[in-house]
Design a protein around this ligand. Structure first.
Ligand SMILES: NC(=O)c1ccc[n+]([C@@H]2O[C@H](COP(=O)([O-])OP(=O)(O)OC[C@H]3O[C@@H](n4cnc5c(N)ncnc54)[C@H](O)[C@@H]3O)[C@@H](O)[C@H]2O)c1
Length: 423
């Protein structure tokens, strides 16, 4: 068969490489970003994914910015972004544009597989009608639409495209079985057949919403325990030895990435169109969105104790990406913190060993030089060296630990002011 992958990012590229590596199918990739395609053609991995980097060394992928490359495919995999607009409603433009591209080439007997995360109803209410209207073909009779939401966790040393189980639903049981068998021929993981498209779409959305509301819960607890004078980490450690029905989540300076702070809005929006108000999910989003400002308020309060203002004070912001040990900036709370500190006219230095282009110093030591306060926003391993001794050597007076990552007692031992989130 010929298979096409539309969108060669964190989701599409590992998938295309896996199909190429494990099968004899002709695999092609289409992505409008020339820079990305050029790198892939040169064997350079454009994403931070260790498995994809290894696979790209083993196999050569056909990729192009010209959509003609997907012509004649038996299966089209859609792995394009599904972000939100400024008003937090779904931005389905990359998806509709990918569907328009596929419609130009779609023929009888072909399959369109949506791997992008979408709310319940997108496949039935948008993808199928678009393809029918644009091609004159009839769903099930002529073509099928399948949803197989990706769950990849970039940077995860254990879980990758090959071993993460998948759920598959579609427009017909035969199509579900056919595409499930296709995935079984590529992946090692369990491939679970779902009743339909809507159920499959909802499954993916609730997985990420589960994370968002649990993080919101601990973020709210963190704010409460700050006024109650209770250390939230000690509480979570205590609760975690319950052998059932407690799952630890940890508070922090905000939730980032392309999935967790985005996907709940897709469900909120679609349910609201059918008359249901997701109050709980909205509140979770509100709490998590409040964390960057809450963290900056800790800094304001700390500086106040030293009769200082943020304005004009040298502050080192450590970490810009949303996730430890990766340089992904999508929806990063550190960027919101950066903006707030810039608005308050801080004398700001930023350092992230994974995001050199947005760092204005080249090392931790350089960031600490002359800094009155540090605000740690990402728990990169490189920041493990930051301890009381190093901070006192550079005469840092205030530590705001947005990830509860540094050793509070050690830092306080040196007479340095320490404030974490909820401790
Ligand atoms: N990144 C993750 O950890 C992750 C995990 C699971 C699911 N997802 C979901 O997978 C989808 C893709 O996410 P991603 O992280 O791979 O995004 P990404 O931004 O890394 O990659 C998407 C790629 O699609 C390309 N693209 C945009 N419009 C296109 C079009 N019309 N046709 C073809 N290509 C197009 C972009 O240029 C980009 O290279 C999203 O729905 C996301 O929610 C992401």
């Amino acid at each position: 068969m010929k298979v096409a992958v539309l969108g060669l990012g964190y989701v599409g590229l590992p998938l295309a490489l896996a199909i190429k590596k494990r099968t004899n199918h002709d695999v092609v990739g289409y992505d409008p970003k020339a820079e990305k395609v050029d790198k892939i053609l040169k064997g350079i991995c454009p994403i931070e994914d260790a498995q994809a980097e290894r696979d790209l060394k083993e196999v050569k992928l056909k990729a192009s910015t010209n959509e003609e490359i997907i012509d004649g495919s038996d299966i089209y995999f859609v792995c394009v972004p599904t972000p939100v607009l400024d008003d937090y409603t779904p931005d389905l433009r990359p998806l509709t544009s990918a569907i328009e591209t596929i419609a130009k080439f779609l023929h009888r007997g072909q399959y369109v597989v949506i791997e992008s995360t979408v709310n319940p109803g997108v496949c039935d209410e948008l993808v199928v009608p678009m393809l029918e209207n644009l091609t004159g073909l009839k769903v099930v009779k002529d073509f099928n639409v399948v949803h197989c939401p990706e769950r990849i966790n970039p940077g995860d040393p254990k879980w990758n495209v090959y071993n993460i189980p998948r759920n598959i639903g579609s427009t017909s049981p035969e199509a579900t079985k056919f595409i499930a068998d296709f995935y079984r021929s590529v992946l090692d993981a369990e491939i679970h057949e779902m009743p339909d498209l809507k159920t499959t779409e909802a499954t993916k959305i609730i997985e990420n919403t589960f994370r968002d509301i649990n993080i919101a819960f601990v973020n709210e607890l963190a704010k409460s325990f700050e006024v109650l004078g209770i250390d939230i980490l000690a509480v979570i450690n205590g609760a975690s030895n319950k052998p059932f029905a407690f799952l630890p989540h940890y508070p922090g300076c905000g939730v980032g990435g392309h999935c967790i702070p985005v996907d709940p809005y897709y469900l909120i929006d679609r349910a609201s169109k059918s008359g249901f108000d997701h109050k709980f999910l909205k509140l979770a989003r509100e709490i998590n969105n409040s964390m960057p400002a809450h963290t900056v308020n800790h800094l304001v309060d700390a500086l106040n104790k030293f009769s200082k203002s943020v304005k004009g004070t040298r502050i080192a912001l450590l970490g810009l990406s949303y996730k430890p040990n990766l340089g992904d900036l999508r929806e990063s709370p550190a960027l919101k913190i950066k903006k707030l500190l810039e608005e308050k006219e801080a004398d700001l230095v930023c350092f992230d060993p994974y995001v050199k282009e947005f760092s204005n110093v080249a090392s931790i030591e350089e960031a600490l030089t002359g800094a009155f306060a540090i605000l740690l926003a990402t728990a990169h391993n490189e920041f493990r060296v930051i301890n009381g001794e190093l901070l006192s050597k550079y005469e840092v007076k205030v530590v705001i630990d947005g990830r509860n990552f540094l050793d509070k007692e050690d830092i306080q031992k040196y007479g340095i002011y320490y404030k974490g989130i909820g401790r």
